[in-house]
Design a protein around this ligand. Sequence first.
Ligand code: BGC
Length: 383
Amino acid sequence: MIHRISVLLSLCLTLFPFWTGSGVPTSPQGTDMIKKEAFGTSPDGKPVDLYTLKNKHGMEVRAMTYGGAIVSIRVPDRKGHFDDVALGFDKADDYTAKVPYFGAIIGRYGNRIANGKFTLDGKEYTLPKNDGPNSLHGGNKGFDKIVWEAEPFEKPDEVGVIFKHTSPDGDEGYPGNLKMTVTYMLTDKNELIFEYHATADKATPVNLTNHTYFNLAGDGQRDILGHELMLNADSFTPVDKTLIPTGKIVSVKGTPFDFTKLTVIGARIDQKDEQLILGHGYDHNFVLNRKDKGLTLAARVYEPTTGRVMEVSTTEPGVQFYSGNFLDGTLTGKQGHVYKLRYGFCLETQHYPDSPNEPSFPSTTLRAGQTYHSTTVYKFSTR
Ligand code: BGC
């Protein structure tokens, strides 16, 4: 037995020379907290790198340069057992097929723009229609489909990667060169922080977000309907049959959209509610209750079997709660797990969908000389 353990240990040390495998850093310099490795190639043949970030509690986040996508998030359950709570694939090449934005940076405009058109300063712009009549998540080649430049960094209480990209004037129909940095930080408080900065040389709509699918039960092996969700939102933006907001902001009170208290996701999802039918479940933007423009709690999710809790805070005015309604068992993810209906959910912090065509919604226009800045924190714990 002891022999077997020591063989296993030396195998671990050979395979992971920087880590003990227990999550405890071995190097006094702390250089064991971040690792870079090759992760295949993008569809246009560019090499893709994978960064592994680890904190002092053993929480581990992997992100790749293709789409800046989060590939995995390993967090403990209430007994200290680590599982991966993000859906994804084992190698970059698997992300190049038709994948529903697993883990990726979304832009230039996260969510839908009606009829692939908007008018800005009197000029009409046309975007690719990649979602029925609408333009979704930045068009045919959004920021999820490019290889980002990456620069890792380490600070005393956090490790991270800065992803950089400049989207050229006219990219997918959008005006102006848009220069961006998206910083991922893993802190010693078990927080995964996304910080977005952008500047443009012409006015353009910008709505950046992250599209990680979570399953807090771990390893995407069952649906997320038993998770409990709280959304700090007294109202939401109902949609038409193409999932474009009607322009109204409606109270959630007395509807299956009331998540103001922790509620089981599956409790009302099959009700004959018009909005649930249009969304094929939850696929709606919630209007966050906020006192100021600072970081505000947007959502809390609790998974009762493992005790895992995820809290989402953001500077954004809205969050899209998407219950994985278009996952249909055709994708086989990490470790051969088949992602079936509602095996993952997304909480995409954002400005409201179709804001460029909806003057009553908070503006998404970034003008030359201004700086776009947005922060979202996903904090993990157990109870
Ligand atoms: C949208 C869904 C869409 C999914 C992509 C979400 O952000 O709200 O309607 O299907 O992204 O697969």
